[in-house]
Unconditional design. Sequence first.
Length: 98
Amino acid sequence: MEKVNQSFVRIDQLLEKVVQKQRDVKESNNLLEQKIERQKGLLKEKDDEIDSLKNKIKILSMAKNLGGSEGSENSRELKLKINEILREVDKCIGMLNQ
């Protein structure tokens, strides 16, 4: 009978260890999920920054090309691209005003 009691005590101890490990893993998981969310936020910021820089590159490239020959086909293409960008800006402003 004493051996059975010792077995129960041992099982109870092991069960407590398992429960504690489960709590530790759950806490670690929560911390990792928070870290993932922070990283997602940083990634979104960096993506936005990349998009902004790409737009600046386009504009600078167009401005550089605009300084070239005035009547060329390149100038016409540039004007069309500027109009397209202006329409996009107008759409964004319209969305912000809503």
